[in-house]
Write a new protein. Structure first.
Length: 269
């Protein structure tokens, strides 16, 4: 009995800080967070006061922080994006239009992250709360910056990261002759011309990465007060929960800390 009581603490729930990404990312993560709450873990979610789907709830603690845009501005931005993506037109015209929309959307996400990190009252609360881990979607690398600042392990919940950063951060083999790039519609079996096309898509990712992640590299370096890159932060991830399934997705090499959880959101019709 004494032995069992001595290890009882190992079975106790942990204290988890959740730094989500708004939109469909949060809708996917929400069910997992609910399950963790039911298993006895203490959940604290940090979220901006203006969001699409992250709203106050009695199910767990949500710490809100102000951001410099209105609900109307956010709704207009996200509602306009699908229309501009699928609107017909010449390629140069469509490229410029989508690029400008991505700039606005990325600026909104970056502003949200900046106002989280530099909210002194909220950060003081997070520092004093002594969390066991940070649960986050790394497609927007704000949760990683928070985890690094708090010096706690991070658990990632994701479908993928632009530019193949998930491959690079986990050191998974990612040769363009075998692993198809996003939006190519290729499988893991490609002929020569398909491999050439795959390589061209890979080269374009270099520019996409710089456009999308460079502002977060600057933000993280300024906030943590040392030179750090987004890849440096991603490499700190303890567990990668990938919403992939080799029945629907092509096979690819995995590392031991990568766990496939494809279908985790298929409980409901």
């Amino acid at each position: 009995l004494v032995l069992l009581l001595s290890v009882l603490g190992l079975a106790a729930g942990g204290k988890l800080l959740v730094v989500p990404v708004d939109g469909s990312h949060w809708l996917s993560m929400r069910e997992v967070v609910d399950s963790l709450k039911q298993k006895g873990h203490e959940i604290v979610v940090v979220a901006p006061e203006i969001s699409l789907h992250i709203k106050p709830t009695k199910d767990f603690i949500i710490k809100m922080y102000p951001v410099p845009f209105t609900q109307e501005e956010m709704d207009d931005n996200f509602q306009a994006f699908p229309g501009e993506v699928f609107e017909e037109g010449y390629f140069p015209e469509r490229f410029v239009r989508i690029y400008r929309r991505l700039e606005k959307t990325s600026a909104m996400f970056l502003s949200t992250c900046t106002h989280l990190l530099y909210n002194k009252e909220l950060m003081r609360y997070l520092e004093e709360s002594k969390f066991d881990a940070v649960f986050t979607d790394p497609v927007i690398p704000c949760g990683q910056i928070v985890a690094e600042h708090l010096s706690v392990p991070s658990v990632y919940f994701l479908r993928g990261i632009p530019c193949g950063f998930d491959f690079e951060a986990t050191q998974c083999p990612n040769p363009p002759s075998y692993v198809p790039r996003g939006f190519t519609a290729h499988t893991d079996r490609m002929n020569f011309l398909q491999r050439v096309k795959n390589l061209m898509f890979d080269i374009s990712n270099i520019f996409l990465c710089d456009f999308f992640f460079q502002p977060y590299t600057k933000l993280a370096s300024e906030f943590l007060q040392r030179d750090v890159t987004v890849l440096d932060l991603l490499r700190k991830g303890s567990i990668w929960l990938l919403r992939l399934d080799f029945v629907l997705d092509y096979p690819r090499p995995l590392m031991p800390n990568i766990i496939l959880i494809g279908g985790v959101n298929c409980a409901h019709k």
